[in-house]
Ligand binder design. Structure first.
Ligand code: FAD
Length: 205
């Protein structure tokens, strides 16, 4: 969750919690601003630290815990610093868990690129203003607040190009690549052919 925005993490404000977890505006561990991997690393650290007394059942519970459960445990540990949680082991089935940064991001990009793929070739003024509103609203309400702030900056510098389907698809591809670059992910080749193959038509048979 690399971001150019300053973020409050457990390191600065919660010395009793493992460092590096991003906090929400209420000072609680933010589920949608961290990834499952972040939680897994902390889970490992928690297990190492708990060699002084956590029961093996407790360790199993931590290992199998959902992210929501783990975040709750961390948040509750502010009130009680007990390191002997009596938690029943749970199955790791994350399909009904709150999203982390990665799954929220994938779902949002899927919605946006698919919407761009089906955007009209000759949009009306109303289409253009509605889609611009949607993108600006997204940049305000996107639940990962650090991501949202960077996205706001990016679309201020590069206002939505929504005069037709192809312009919109390319513009969106470039915005996604800006995030890819920030996260050191591979860049996508923003030709319409490539975008249509990925988001509308699928590969040729
Ligand atoms: P994703 O990046 O989610 O991409 C999904 C699929 O889209 C890929 O598999 C690929 O097939 C295709 N794709 C990739 N690039 C492009 C492109 N340029 N054009 C078209 N298709 C493409 N995460 C953070 O950690 N920090 C942030 O600041 C942050 N900001 C975000 C801002 C927005 C507006 C959104 C929607 C998401 C943001 N994310 C951020 C989430 C991040 O972009 C990824 O969604 C997340 O890391 C999961 O990445 P992924 O590798 O699964 O693939």
């Amino acid at each position: 969750q690399v971001s150019s925005e300053p973020r409050r993490t457990t390191k600065e404000t919660h010395p009793h919690l493992p460092p590096g977890l991003i906090l929400d505006e209420n000072g609680k561990v933010c589920k949608v601003c961290n990834t499952w991997q972040d939680f897994a690393k902390i889970n490992k650290k928690q297990q190492t630290q708990s060699s002084d007394g956590t029961s093996s059942q407790g360790k199993t519970a931590l290992k199998g815990m959902s992210m929501a459960g783990f975040a709750n445990l961390l948040n509750n540990s502010q009130a009680s610093s007990s390191n002997n949680p009596t938690l029943a082991p749970v199955e790791v089935d994350r399909s009904n868990c709150p999203p982390d940064t990665a799954s929220l991001g994938r779902s949002t990009w899927t919605f946006l690129h698919t919407t761009a793929s089906y955007y009209p070739s000759n949009p009306t003024e109303i289409h253009q203003s509605k889609i611009t509103n949607l993108l600006e609203s997204l940049s305000i309400f996107y639940p990962c607040s650090w991501c949202a702030k960077d996205f706001q900056k990016d679309i201020r510098q590069n206002p939505p190009e929504v005069k037709n389907r192809e312009d919109f698809m390319r513009w969106l591809c470039e915005r996604h690549n800006t995030v890819n670059k920030k996260l050191n992910k591979p860049l996508f080749e923003c030709s319409i052919k490539n975008l249509d193959r990925r988001w509308k038509d699928g590969p040729e048979d």
